[in-house]
Design a binder for this molecule. Sequence first.
Ligand code: HEC
Ligand code: HEC
Length: 373
Amino acid sequence: MASGITLAVLCVVAVVMLLPSAPPLDARFPAAPTAADLAALRQAYSGAPPSWPRPRLLAGAQFTEMAPLALHASPAGKDRDLARLGAELFEDPLLSASGHFSCQSCHNRRLGWGDALPTPFGHGRAKGKRNAQSLFTVGYKTPYFWDGRSVTLEEQALAPLTDHREMANDDVAGLLARVNAVDRYRTASAAVTGHEDIRLDTITAALAAFQRTLERPTRFDRYLTGDRRALNDTEIWGLHLFRTKAGCANCHSGPTLSDGRFHNLGLSFFNRTLEDLGRYGVTGAAQDAGRFLTPSLRHVAETGPYMHNGIFPALAGLVRFYEGGGGRVRIDRPVAPERLALRQAAASKSPQLQPFALTPAERAALVAYLNAL
Ligand code: HEC
Ligand code: HEC
């Protein structure tokens, strides 16, 4: 009897020991897979994300497992009326001092809610310094802007309305007078707020309510919710590379594919014409020099050019940039002594960023996957 139990225990131990300690395929997936390899990979990614091969993460990474984005219900009643008012205001150049710019000038539905330019032209054709962000996911994130300087969408909307390079309303009274002169807006405002007088907070609330309705399900959401035909074998290979060899999941994870943190990818152009120190401009803390908020990658196929300064017109070039371990801050040029600490920080890239090498086929697979997001 006792020896029977011992034997059973030994068997269990043996079985446990035979089970691979790491899930299959992680790290060891071949660079030139056969059809059988790809079929095995598809199998490994066929269950729910927690059962997938584990992502390869560097120290300090904050990974949240991939998951479909749970969309908010469409607004109803007064919320719907508010979003409708926001949709009209969003398209109306009346909101700009010159009467030439609407939010839509830089955030166009047909251009992935961006403007397809590296950086936009605004008031007086003043060149903006940063890339106009896509708005698909704004109802599902915080903070806002590349440097995270606004915490709510309502607060965010004040910035373009008053920014000199954007809609250039020096005095909000002028803006309110123009909006209040439109009967249609006064009627809509009365229906939502109970008073015809349109105040600034009605405008920002309406714009925010509208922008919260822009998100749509993606092909990757369909895959994640169980439609296993939504991705082909190449795209699943790209998904695997994203989580392993290419290291993207170190910063791009969870339902929006962003860790919501600020990272330095070496794109600050320190001490050069295009210098932009990102988060440092908000906090004033030297270690933030060159850090930018990890953007969502949802709908990324539609939202180029890429990065805060729009320097990458296409995803393949962007992947090559990551392969090289990101950008470089030049430390051979003279710099004022009081800026040495800033340069030091700007030159220190995120510890979650490491160089790697992909074959052309792997790069194409990773780009194919990005195009499904
Ligand atoms: C002249 C072009 C331009 C106009 C007009 C404009 N924007 Fe933007 N928008 C930008 C740029 C550029 C950024 C990124 C700026 C930054 O990060 O510093 C941005 C960022 C945003 C963001 C942040 C998105 C995120 O993910 O953090 C929102 C939301 C937004 N704009 C909404 C609006 C609204 C609403 C209006 C109209 C009231 C508007 N924009 C008008 C160019 C513009
Ligand atoms: C260390 C964190 C980190 C890692 C690792 C990382 N990213 Fe990023 N990603 C960011 C940050 C931060 C930005 C914005 C940087 C900027 O504009 O200066 C960004 C921007 C992007 C953009 C531009 C999106 C847009 O709307 O302009 C894409 C696309 C992207 N990353 C894809 C990837 C892919 C693919 C990988 C893997 C090869 C990857 N990222 C690895 C943090 C990271």
